[in-house]
Design a binder for this molecule. Structure first.
Ligand code: C5P
Length: 236
């Protein structure tokens, strides 16, 4: 079950996976009021995109900084303090207990929410074993979700397939943020496990992260509106 206190339009997070600030700003202008929440990841952040966080926040948009922090606690804490001052809404960290604790403590008193990435969706059991882990993906996702909850992390990034299971483990209190969304009939690209917006909401996702189906659409505004309509229809 998805959380009920989120405005339908705010559930769509458009990933600004673009190579320049100019391209990102042009897209945001084209989309106008149809999207309220944007994600800035490695590509745009390292192309000069971080100052866009404060600018977007000033324009009343919400911003998800997807930089998946992981370092010694002190460094994570200082980074989170700097990000919190820019007015971002979500920040991702890898779901290691030290990292999550440092991030949660450092965001206290701000409106920043910390999202934990349990196990990257490109990892399978074999990849984990090669990286020196004994548990498989399912067990590690569950362990880290429970640790995230105990530490007070605000939400988890998870695939649509994981959402229902994780909702059962963590209950209603944490946000589930789900990428790999493809409206029926759209290109899958390199995503392996995709879900329609309606199915992801039904599976318990609170927020949907959508990149190419909006960013690469011939009419990004119309594509965003269609996804918002589908979210609404699914009861989100
Ligand atoms: O274009 P597409 O809709 O596939 O973009 C999905 C976005 O979500 C990208 O920014 C990608 O980095 C991000 N993401 C993902 N899978 C994860 C975590 C983040 O696709 N497990």
């Amino acid at each position: 079950m998805t959380s009920t206190n989120i405005a339908t339009r705010d559930r769509l997070i458009v990933a600004l996976d673009l190579s320049s600030v100019e391209a990102a700003e042009a897209l945001i202008d084209r989309i106008g009021d149809s999207v309220t929440f944007y994600k800035i990841g490695y590509q745009l952040a390292y192309a000069g995109g971080l100052p866009m966080v404060a600018k977007l926040a000033d324009r009343g948009k919400k911003v998800f900084i997807d930089l998946k922090l992981h370092d010694i606690g002190n460094t994570v804490a200082k980074g989170v303090e700097s990000i919190a001052k820019q007015g971002a809404t979500f920040l991702t960290v890898h779901a290691y207990p030290q990292t999550m604790k440092a991030a949660v403590e450092a965001r206290a008193g701000s409106s920043l929410k910390i999202l934990a990435v349990t196990v990257l969706t490109s990892y399978d059991n074999n990849d984990l074993q090669q990286a020196g882990y004994r548990p498989g993906v399912a067990d590690l996702v569950e362990l880290r979700a429970r640790q995230a909850q105990a530490i007070g992390v605000d939400g988890l990034v998870c695939s649509g397939e994981e959402a229902a299971n994780l909702r059962g483990i963590i209950g209603a209190g944490m946000n589930l943020v789900t990428p790999g969304i493809r409206p029926a009939g759209s290109d899958v690209g390199d995503q392996k496990r995709v879900m329609t917006p309606a199915r992801a909401i039904a599976a318990g996702a609170d927020y949907l992260v959508v990149g190419r189906p909006v960013v690469a659409a011939s009419d990004p505004k119309a594509a965003a509106e269609a996804i918002v309509a589908e979210i609404a229809q699914a009861g989100g």
